[in-house]
Design a protein around this ligand. Sequence first.
Ligand SMILES: O=c1ccn([C@@H]2O[C@H](COP(=O)(O)OP(=O)(O)O[C@H]3OC[C@@H](O)[C@H](O)[C@H]3O)[C@@H](O)[C@H]2O)c(=O)[nH]1
Length: 400
Amino acid sequence: MNSELIHRNQTTSTQPTPTPRGKPSNLVKNSTAPFRYMLQKQRLVFVLVGIAIAALFFNAFPISSPSQEPIHGLIPDPVLASESTHGTRRVLYEENPEASRRSNVAGKVPLGVKGKSLRILVTGGAGFVGSHLVDRLIGRGDSVIVVDNFFTGRKENLVHHFGDPRFELIRHDVVEPILLEVDQIYHLACPASPVHYKFNPVKTIKTNVVGTLNMLGLAKRVGARFLLTSTSEVYGDPLQHPQVETYWGNVNPIGVRSCYDEGKRTAETLTMDYHRGLGIEVRIARIFNTYGPRMCIDDGRVVSNFVAQALRKEPLTVYGEFTMLELAEVVQETIDPNAKIEFRPNTEDDPHKRKPDISKAKQLLGWEPTVSLRKGLPLMVSDFRQRIFGEQKMGGAAAQ
Ligand SMILES: O=c1ccn([C@@H]2O[C@H](COP(=O)(O)OP(=O)(O)O[C@H]3OC[C@@H](O)[C@H](O)[C@H]3O)[C@@H](O)[C@H]2O)c(=O)[nH]1
């Protein structure tokens, strides 16, 4: 090759090979030689093309590092939610959403397509918790498919997304299989309040077992990451207080609540077996008693009951050993100081006390409640007020 570079190298050689244009001594002296060399024969163009090809290659096949996902590496540890908030949850992996996206898409989004949004399935997305999750996912730029049978979910919770091309809603019951091409699955579909899940217990356990199997099967087939929303009810009537994730619980397997308690425990088992046996990437979140706007008005759970009762001028029903008396008093303060309190016998198998130990969630996810009861309750009250009295208002009647 007739290259000046070769000549320069030859200056250090003990046995220089003569070349037709060999002038090594001049080249060493001339500090502009490398630039002249680059500019000759369109070499600069080739260098630039080379850089472009290398950049494309490394973009298309990024080197994944486990340190990108310190939290995910520790999952699947169950994560607890607190009983006193529905507020914004801070999750560390969201601080680096791009890293999170690239490292878990499992083939659904081509890895080289930078910034492409995820397609996410939310089962039970028309419900109270599900619809808030959908807001969050759409808000961060993802596409969402909601699957809901509307047993407890309501279209009204999602109506603000209708017409958005990134949003799709399918009326479907998860006990029947469905094939959807998605990157992630948030599996929330199941009635969560005791009055609803006890209404048809066989359907409840079927939803938890067959529905979860179907969604895990889908996750396996399309290579999606899977999250199961479990419940504090997996601890039954706990003998350990507060409850840590490693506690195995104290559940009555043949009681009136077991369709839900044991159903969710089985759903957790299936989730972990799909993870261990088939390598599905999974999460389990054990959600405690939660409240907020969009809850079913006649949901039957304690906060929604007290709020609806106080607004309707009915007595607040405190069951059992008066553990909810303090909550009833806060509801009185917030809505109606003259609201009456009525004591009723406890329902069967009602847990005596439950409280999550959230130290692990704090440490690993940076999550902790951010909305106090006295701040959160008014948000729910104004939502309930509007839904209970809204129609009367529109008809011109005095609502409150
Ligand atoms: O009107 C009421 C309703 C409920 N309660 C009491 O309030 C406490 C909480 O009961 P809820 O019916 O609100 O619900 P639970 O806490 O038993 O479970 C519910 O919330 C936690 C989730 O994990 C579960 O999925 C869900 O079933 C119980 O001690 C119950 O006896 C009342 O005192 N008055």
